[in-house]
Structure formats: structure tokens, C-alpha cells
Design a protein around this ligand. Structure first.
Ligand SMILES: NC(=O)c1ccc[n+]([C@@H]2O[C@H](COP(=O)([O-])OP(=O)(O)OC[C@H]3O[C@@H](n4cnc5c(N)ncnc54)[C@H](O)[C@@H]3O)[C@@H](O)[C@H]2O)c1
Length: 501
């Protein structure tokens, strides 16, 4: 929407008692934030906020703001309430609009930054890291140049340690100075309110019906941020957590994700041991999980870790400590966890290579599940991508199926089958990459129907039932299950797999 129209609408919204919120970056996080604010009502049932989604003036950014303007979600998430909320917010009198014009920042009571900040590194190592913060600093300078004094800026992106006070706040101040503001007398307000949004069916609720933690750069910013969050977070059920410093809040987000990544990596060594000593680790972990309170979040084996966050966040701590704060951060567990998680999908490839004695050229591989989590449409950094790339490198033909993905954006050359059965047609190799409820009950039977002697199934989630495992063993189909050493061995396979179709 054009700036002049947004200005008029914002003025009317203001008269109506609404706060004007500019959300910077309409990706997975920004979209959830806009939708949440747009659906927030005052106790009297009126809309509390007028939201402006601001993205970059490039093709992708223009598409996102254009979608918001016509009442469609800028980002896909399979939460049915998302489209309903965004479409309602686009109906008159609308309270969510999109733009690429940064002048809207001058209309804002609060600016919420949800832009991405990527970690750059070569896979297989965690020593040479880069996180180019200059782009984020430029965005904060731009916010500072446009915003009125008295505006609160909150950051929801995940940041390297030290980034708020060493990089972003100085940039915000620079912008304000350029605007002629005396930042000593009137310092800008900045708070870090990290985001825990979970893509999936509870996408929207994971923003406001969930625990939120935050801290300001100073007391005034903390108080303002607390008052703002309390307007839309369900604080009765999920009281806010105010950290002592903004750096503590940065660490909170990084530690939380590193803990999760380490937890996932930890089980991998036990999965490998279980496979070698004939034990079913799924059964073992499920029994241990009954010890509520201390052991109930022990992870099950799996193909690996994906998504945008768990694959980088521990390293943002290491990078920030070293480059922004001048402190060496060894973090051996956390670094090791990232490397372990990265290698996990390669075990599937190794099993297949061993089975075919390295001759994968011309073999047909079916990957079942290509996102990083069941019920989530996000394919960024998914372990399936690692498997697919390795198969393609070795000359195999790869086809994939995922109920939530029609086009695999990171790997568009891979055809997406319309259903599980057609993915398995003529397959020599099947990798069960995700335990999705859509197919987990019928996939084992399809394996029985579709695969022929000589084929191999790598099941990272123990979806293949014992009965089908027995069938595979009796019919010369090799079954490898991550974390299971009790799977019956198949009878020796002839050199070539002849799929039954
Ligand atoms: N994806 C998640 O589930 C999740 C959860 C919690 C936290 N986070 C963190 O939140 C941040 C954003 O993640 P995301 O998944 O939404 O990323 P994303 O890549 O989906 O979205 C980022 C958006 O910001 C826009 N953008 C970038 N620079 C901009 C600029 N200068 N001005 C305006 N717009 C700009 C991009 O065009 C894009 O639309 C990251 O730091 C991430 O680690 C993500």
C-alpha cells in the first residue's frame, strides 16, 4: 500500500485508540507477529493494533507485502487460523497492511524487527564462522533515521551474543543522531524480546499463548517492552520473564536452542551402540521417558536436525563472544552437537552405499518427508536435503514425497511425487526421513507392496513395523533402522534390484 494511504489509515487508527506497530521482515517470524497483533482485541472487543508489515524492496519482499495487502499470508504455515486472521485484517476497517516504504517507521509507536541474520560457515567444522551483522546494523540505522523519539524498538531475531549493545543499539543511535535527535538527552528505547514461534499447526498460538522472555537496553526500555508484551501475550497463563540484562536475554535464546540441539545429538551415539549390540533404542528411551520431570524429554533417534535455528544458534553464541565481546567461547558440547547432527543424515547414505557396494548410479531413491519436522512446511536446512544431495552426487535418481511440499525450493530439480505410493514406484532405495502422521500408518504396507528383492529401506524413525520388517528379511529387502539393532537381517540380495512396481 502507498505511504500516503497508510499514513491516513494510521492517523484514523490512532484516533480510534490503536497503537501503530511496524513489523520489519515478513518471514516466518514476522508473519506470525503481524497476525498475532492484528487479532489482538481490547477488553471492549476493539482491535488493539494497526500493523504495518515492512519488507525489503526486492522481488521477494514486494511479493510478501503484496500478499499481506490482499489479505493473504506472506509466508506459508499450516496453521488454519493464519489465513483467517490475515484475511480478516485486510477487510475494512483494515488493521494490517504491507509496504516496502521505510517512511512508515515514522508513524510507529513500536517497531518489531524480525529480519534474518545468517551464520556463514563451511559444513563439517565450527571454527571458522562469520555472521555478517553489517546488514542488520544498516537496518537499525534506517529505523533510527525514520523513527520518532519515544518509539520502542524490539528485536525478535536471534542474535549473536553482544549484538544488541555492541552493534544494534549504536546503529539505532547513529540513525537518530542523523535525524537530529540528541541521544544523550533522549536515548532511543531498544529491547530484545526473542521469539519462540514454532512453525506448524500452533504457529500463531506459539507467539502469544506461550512463555516470553525479554530485556531492555536500560530500565526504561525494559519497562516499555514489558508493558507492550503484556498487551498481547496471555500473561495470566504465561507470565513474562524479564532478564537482568539484554545480553542475558540474547544468551537465553541461544542456550535454549543449543540445549535442544545437544539433546538431539546426545542420543546419536546411543543409537549407534544399540544398532551394534542388538538393542531397540526406541523401546529403551520410551521406558526411560516415563520418569517425568528428569528424563521425559530424552530424544528418540532420528535422521538429524534441520530448520533455520538449531543448526546455527550455538555458533552464534561462539561467534558473538569471540568477535563482538573478545572472549573465547569453547563450548565443546554445543559445537560437537552441531557437527554430530550434521553428520546424522550421512549415515543413511553410508548404509545405502554399503548395500550397493558403492554403485548407486542409476538407482532410484525415494525420500519420504523433506521438511525438518512433521506437520511443518519449512524445508530450510532439512536433513533430507543432505541425503538427497549425496544421492544425486553419486548418480542416483531421487524422487521425494512430503504431504506439505509441492515444490522443494532448496532442491527444485527433485520431483515431488503426488503421493507416497507413486514415490515408491520402482524404488531401489527408500529413506524414511520423517515420522509424519499423514503416512506413518500406511507406509509400512506400501514398502511391502512396492519393494522388490535387493532394495533397501533406511528408516530413521522406526516406522516400519516388526511384521513388515520380517517380510523384508524374508524377501531379500534390507531394512536399516536408526537406533535398532534388533531388526532381522535380510537374505543375501542379488546384484541388481528389480522393483516390482
Ligand atoms: N523460523 C523460526 O521458526 C524462528 C523462530 C524463532 C526465531 N527465529 C529467528 O528470527 C529471525 C527471522 O527468522 P525467519 O525464519 O522469519 O527468517 P526469514 O528469512 O523467513 O524472514 C526474514 C524476512 O526479513 C526480511 N528482511 C531482511 N532484511 C530486511 C531489511 N533490511 N528490511 C526489511 N526486511 C528485511 C526478508 O526479506 C524476509 O522476508 C532469525 O534471526 C531467526 O533465527 C526464527
Amino acid at each position: 500500500m502507498k505511504f500516503e494511504e497508510i499514513k491516513d489509515r494510521a492517523a484514523k487508527a490512532k484516533q480510534d485508540g490503536q497503537e501503530i506497530i511496524v513489523v520489519l521482515g515478513l518471514g516466518f517470524v514476522g508473519t506470525a507477529v503481524v497476525a498475532n497483533l492484528a487479532r489482538t482485541l481490547t477488553p471492549g472487543g476493539k482491535r488493539m493494533f494497526f500493523c504495518v508489515g515492512l519488507d525489503r524492496d526486492d522481488a521477494a519482499g514486494r511479493e510478501k507485502v503484496g500478499r499481506l495487502d490482499v489479505g493473504r499470508s506472506p509466508t506459508y504455515a499450516n496453521d488454519p487460523s493464519l489465513e483467517t486472521v490475515i484475511s480478516a485484517a485486510a477487510k475494512e476497517p483494515r488493521n494490517a497492511v504491507g509496504t516496502t516504504d521505510p517512511r512508515v517507521i515514522g508513524l510507529a509507536d513500536v517497531v518489531i524487527s524480525c529480519i534474518n541474520l545468517d551464520l556463514v560457515r563451511e559444513p563439517g567444522q565450527t571454527d571458522v564462522l562469520d555472521c555478517p551483522t553489517a546488514g542488520y546494523a544498516a537496518a537499525m540505522r534506517m529505523v533510527g533515521e525514520h523513527m520518532q523519539p519515544g518509539t520502542l524498538v524490539t528485536i525478535e531475531s536471534t542474535l549473536p551474543l553482544g549484538c544488541s549493545d555492541r552493534v544494534l543499539y549504536p546503529a539505532l543511535c547513529e540513525g537518530q543522531k542523523k535525524r537530529g535527535v540528541d541521544v544523550v538527552k533522549d536515548p532511543p528505547m531498544l529491547a530484545y524480546c526473542y521469539e519462540r514461534v514454532m512453525p506448524g499447526p500452533d504457529y500463531l498460538d506459539s507467539v502469544n499463548n506461550f512463555w516470553r522472555a525479554f530485556a531492555g537496553i536500560d530500565q526504561r526500555s525494559s519497562e516499555r517492552a514489558e508493558a507492550f508484551l503484556a498487551k498481547y501475550v496471555n500473561t495470566k497463563q504465561f507470565p513474562l520473564w524479564r532478564h537482568k540484562t539484554i545480553r542475558a536475554a540474547e544468551m537465553g535464546k541461544l542456550l535454549e536452542n543449543s540445549y535442544r540441539a545437544t539433546n538431539i545429538a546426545f542420543i546419536e551415539e546411543w543409537a549407534k551402540l544399540a544398532e551394534r549390540v542388538g538393542v531397540d533404542l526406541f523401546d529403551v528411551v520410551r521406558s526411560i521417558r516415563l520418569r517425568k520431570g528428569t528424563h521425559d524429554n530424552m530424544m528418540l533417534p532420528g535422521l538429524g536436525v534441520g530448520g533455520y535455528c538449531l543448526t546455527k544458534d550455538a555458533l552464534l553464541a561462539a561467534f558473538g563472544a569471540q568477535k563482538l565481546l573478545g572472549v573465547e567461547a569453547e563450548l565443546p558440547f554445543s559445537r560437537r552437537a552441531i557437527l554430530t547432527n550434521e553428520k546424522m543424515p550421512l549415515r543413511a547414505v553410508e548404509s545405502v552405499e554399503k548395500h550397493f557396494k558403492g554403485a548407486l548410479r542409476g538407482k532410484r531413491a525415494a525420500l519420504i518427508g523433506v521438511t525438518y519436522r512433521p506437520g511443518v512446511a519449512d524445508t530450510r536446512s532439512s536433513p533430507s536435503e543432505i541425503v538427497a544431495r549425496e544421492f544425486v552426487k553419486r548418480g542416483a535418481t531421487v524422487v521425494a514425497y512430503d504431504p506439505l511440499v509441492e515444490l522443494w525450493e532448496e532442491f527444485p530439480e527433485i520431483p515431488m511425487a503426488k503421493d507416497c505410493a507413486s514415490a515408491l514406484d520402482q524404488a531401489d532405495i527408500v529413506v524414511v526421513c520423517l515420522p509424519d502422521a499423514h503416512y506413518k500408518n500406511y507406509l509400512p504396507e506400501l514398502v511391502k507392496q512396492k519393494l522388490a528383492r535387493g532394495a533397501i529401506v533406511v528408516d530413521a524413525w522406526s516406522l516400519i513395523t516388526d511384521a513388515i520388517g520380517k517380510h523384508c528379511a524374508e524377501h531379500g529387502i534390507e531394512l536399516v533402522v536408526y537406533g535398532r539393532g534388533d531388526v532381522p537381517k535380510s537374505t543375501p540380495a542379488p546384484a541388481t534390484a528389480a522393483a516390482r512396481g
